[in-house]
Ligand binder design. Structure first.
Ligand code: SF4
Ligand code: SF4
Length: 179
């Protein structure tokens, strides 16, 4: 059942808004003066001179890991691309010269404008080949195409993986700082 609410009947003083306008001007003036002499009410951070720490759960941009011999660890199994809800991973596979390794990616790209940083790719990977622990945030760019990362820059943030196929895994040092 609908509840009827009485409509407020403002008196003349309220309708003139004089008091409310005066309150607003007083608040704005107080903050203006406080900020003029110390920025007490300004939450703005003077980036890039001052940087705020990221939350512990921040993932950061992707990086591709390497094998101990320096080769890309990815075997182009497409599990990450299949798991990706944003459909932003592009992989082109080729045969690996080593018969013990089935495939290798000749192209591995991520469109960071589409990526939602969910981490599904990292979780889907059976090889510890892709990680999102770099701590680096998305890069500002002037063009859309510059947001498409390629295998070169993904490997650039690399480190050798410490995972053993079908065996133990221990987290190693992340690839970079915050920026
Ligand atoms: S973080 Fe999520 S959206 Fe981004 S590439 Fe990985 S699976 Fe796709
Ligand atoms: S990064 Fe991992 S899940 Fe993605 S294709 Fe390479 S091996 Fe497969």
């Amino acid at each position: 059942m609908a509840k009827l609410v009485d409509r407020m009947q403002p008196d003349l003083v309220t309708q003139s808004y004089v008091i409310e306008v005066a309150k607003g001007v007083a608040l704005t003036s107080r903050q203006f003066v406080r900020n003029l002499f110390g920025r007490k009410d300004t939450p703005t951070v003077q980036y890039p001179e001052v940087k705020t720490p990221y939350p512990a759960r921040n993932r950061g941009r992707h990086r591709l890991m390497r094998r101990p011999d320096g080769q890309v660890r990815c075997v182009a199994c497409m599990l990450c691309a299949t798991a990706c809800p944003a459909n932003c991973i592009t992989i082109v596979a080729a045969e690996h010269p080593d018969p013990g390794i089935e495939k290798v990616p000749t192209t591995f790209g991520i469109d960071l404008l589409k990526c939602i940083y969910c981490g599904f790719c990292e979780e889907a990977c059976p090889c510890d080949a892709i990680r999102m622990d770099s701590g680096r945030h998305a890069i500002p760019t002037d063009t859309r195409v510059a947001q498409k990362t390629a295998i070169v820059s993904l490997l650039d943030k690399d480190g050798p993986s410490t995972a053993v196929q079908g065996g133990e895994f221990k987290a190693d040092h992340a690839g970079g700082g915050h920026h």
